[in-house]
Design a protein around this ligand. Structure first.
Ligand SMILES: [Zn+2]
Length: 409
């Protein structure tokens, strides 16, 4: 729109300039017919207009920087208690209340991505740990809450075996998600991997891998992406070949309940950066691990850096261990200057989220994801004990992630 305004202004000022130039014509031009003169005036105007038009658009292009706001959520779990709480009448599930208070935060982003650490097998039976099988209604509620992309390569990918891998993919597609990390077969992996995401003029490549599947073998022809360096090197080469503005690796790794990353995570992060990953987001430990800028030296001696969020903790779960009662939404602003092949990271930061289990007077429970730094929702009769627990979580997060910007989304 602004570009159009600039152009209009340029075209309005043009005629005066062209007339002034023509006013300095030498006398022999007087003998030109009026018609020829008009053609000459118009041609000159047109030429000047084209010169100004192209230089003005060029300036606009050089000046224009697009922004894409990404938001990543950690482990989306489906424990037995969550399934029971979402059952509104026998066999009917509704998870929408869980995300009521976090949805406005999610909606501020251009793209919301999360780690779906469960399967959506379709019909019951449903179950929590250790074989996560949740009703499709959970997927529907996540979509409605603002999630756009779910990654599914994690240690619970095979909890409903090969049929579960397929039904999870099909359900997510039906709900309008983009999904990656697990595949129905090699043909679909060849077609859809790396996952290309087009949003607001940005072209992103997303990759997703897991360290394992809890010893449950993957049923052919389904595929679960494993953390295999040869495979990842080939995939990253393919990602680079597709010339995206930015490459993101979402990895399932690390040690559960460890609040610091381990040496193998660092090593793997460095490997991914050397292979072309521009941003690395981690999941699995169920607690938050540091957000760092990691730098590697490439074979030609040049350096390459990327932001690594080692673990985002839990988005929603019924875990009780210290630090598992919440997590962070990791936010990244991508900047892309028109005409430049790659995007870069602008600001990045985190939004702390906390899981609150509300119990009404009839003893019915509801799980909520709350933005931990915001005022307690006035329509949620949250007991002081819960408010204090949320504040303790928030304070621990602020100490743990000191130096990283906290976003008030
Ligand atoms: Zn996991």
């Amino acid at each position: 729109m602004f570009g159009h305004l600039t152009l209009k202004k340029a075209s309005i000022t043009l005629p005066e300039q062209s007339c002034a130039l023509l006013g300095n014509d030498s006398p022999q031009f007087v003998f030109l017919t009026t018609k020829t003169n008009r053609v000459l005036v118009m041609t000159t105007r047109l030429l000047l207009f084209l010169v100004l038009f192209s230089s003005s658009s060029l300036l606009r292009i050089q000046a224009q920087t697009d922004t894409l706001r990404l938001l990543f959520a950690g482990d989306i779990m489906g424990h037995a208690m969550q399934i029971k709480s979402a059952e509104v009448s026998p066999g009917v599930y509704d998870y929408r209340p869980c995300f009521r208070y976090i949805s406005p935060t999610l909606e501020k982003a251009d793209l919301v991505l999360g780690n779906l650490e469960l399967t959506l097998p379709g019909p019951p039976p449903y179950s929590g740990y250790p074989m996560f099988r949740s009703p499709d209604a959970l997927g529907a509620a996540l979509r409605e809450a603002g999630f756009d992309v779910l990654v599914t390569a994690n240690n619970h990918s095979n909890d409903a075996r090969g049929r579960g891998v397929v039904s999870t993919i099909e359900t997510l597609r039906r709900l309008g998600f983009q999904q990656t990390g697990t595949f129905k077969n090699q043909r679909e992996r060849d077609l859809f991997y790396p996952l290309m995401i087009y949003r607001n003029g940005f072209k992103l490549a997303l990759l997703n891998y897991t360290y394992g599947t809890n010893g449950i073998p993957t049923d052919p022809p389904t595929i679960v992406n494993m953390l295999d360096t040869a495979l990842m090197a080939a995939d990253l080469a393919e990602a680079r070949a597709r010339k995206p503005h930015f490459i993101i690796a979402f990895v399932h790794w690390g040690t559960e309940y460890q609040t610091e990353e381990n040496a193998s995570q660092r090593q793997l992060a460095h490997f991914l950066i050397r292979q072309g990953a521009d941003l690395i987001v981690g999941a699995h430990p169920h607690v938050v691990q540091p957000i760092k800028v990691e730098t590697v030296v490439l074979p030609d001696g040049s350096k390459r850096s990327a932001v690594v969020a080692y673990s985002l903790g839990n988005f929603i779960s019924n875990q009780q261990k210290i630090g598992t009662d919440g997590g962070i939404l990791f936010g990244v602003e991508l900047l892309h200057r028109e005409g430049v092949p790659r995007a870069e990271v602008g600001r990045y930061g985190y939004v702390p989220v906390w899981r609150y289990v509300h119990r009404n007077t009839q003893g019915k429970t509801t799980f909520f994801v709350l933005p931990a730094a915001k005022e307690v929702p006035s329509d949620l009769a949250m007991p002081q004990e819960a408010i204090d627990a949320m504040k303790r979580f928030l304070e621990r997060m602020r100490v743990h992630l000191q130096g990283v910007e906290e976003w008030n989304w």
